[in-house]
Design a protein around this ligand. Sequence first.
Ligand SMILES: NC(=O)c1ccc[n+]([C@@H]2O[C@H](COP(=O)([O-])OP(=O)(O)OC[C@H]3O[C@@H](n4cnc5c(N)ncnc54)[C@H](OP(=O)(O)O)[C@@H]3O)[C@@H](O)[C@H]2O)c1
Length: 274
Amino acid sequence: MTRSLPHIAFIGAGNMGGAIVSGLVGGEQHAAGIRATTRTAASARALGAHGIDAKALEADPNANLWAVAEADMIVLGVKPYQILEVLTEIAGRAKAGATIVSVAGGITIASMEERWPGAVVRCMPNTPSQVGKGVAGVSRGSRVSDDQVADVEALFATVGDVITIDESSLNALSSLSGSGPAYVYFFMERFMDIAHEYGFTPAQARTMVTGTFAGALDLLEATQKDPGQLREEVTSPKGSTYEALRVFEEADIGAIIRKATQAAITRSDEMASE
Ligand SMILES: NC(=O)c1ccc[n+]([C@@H]2O[C@H](COP(=O)([O-])OP(=O)(O)OC[C@H]3O[C@@H](n4cnc5c(N)ncnc54)[C@H](OP(=O)(O)O)[C@@H]3O)[C@@H](O)[C@H]2O)c1
């Protein structure tokens, strides 16, 4: 989806905001202008080295007001507890027609719409956005036009796939794709531990486990087959893989995954009401 994007301000460009601004600068989308802010001068300098017009609050306490002055879209990449205070800071100073785009977990559209009279969009990206392979959920507020949503979708498409859903499903998406990279690394760690127990060196364990995860994904992508079909291709009846999968089934790993997902959703719901 190639669109000509409006002037965008990134308030807070750390892990997540920084990934999105880098994806935008390095990609094919054209934005009318980009400004970014950080807390420290060192972070702003790092963005500047990538050709991004960035200022630090440390050097200029009005940096956020400078960033939003011309912006039609304002991406809030600060920590969740800072979102409402930044909205208060920029309200009345940013363009009234600007779209607020928050990537913060737990801060609802309703709470942002109380502080911001215009359009609000809430997004839930994940860390693979840093390498252009993210998955982002996008939920529209009550005052957003289709064009404004399309701009936000185009922005997140610069760093991966975009799924537009109702906010009521955003915590479920967050517990799957938002937290998902942590689950994948958790399983990788467990398999590496086992590889060490069987005498492999840390380097060999890393090669076996990362190579297997990456290779399995590439095969899935290349063949466009279902994961179940590819699993069956590895699993001869009564063979060794069959025995290993039987152990997973007996432990009811599906029920464990369901319980873990629900625990993340429940915690997200709690954080939204704290
Ligand atoms: N990391 C994830 O997996 C993930 C996933 C989905 C959503 N998110 C959301 O992304 C948001 C940021 O998380 P993160 O992991 O990217 O944190 P982070 O790396 O600490 O980034 C925060 C950024 O905000 C800057 N900052 C702090 N106070 C500021 C202020 N008052 N005005 C402007 N900039 C300010 C920081 O500057 P300095 O660098 O100078 O300190 C930094 O650039 C959070 O709301 C989080 O919920 C994160």
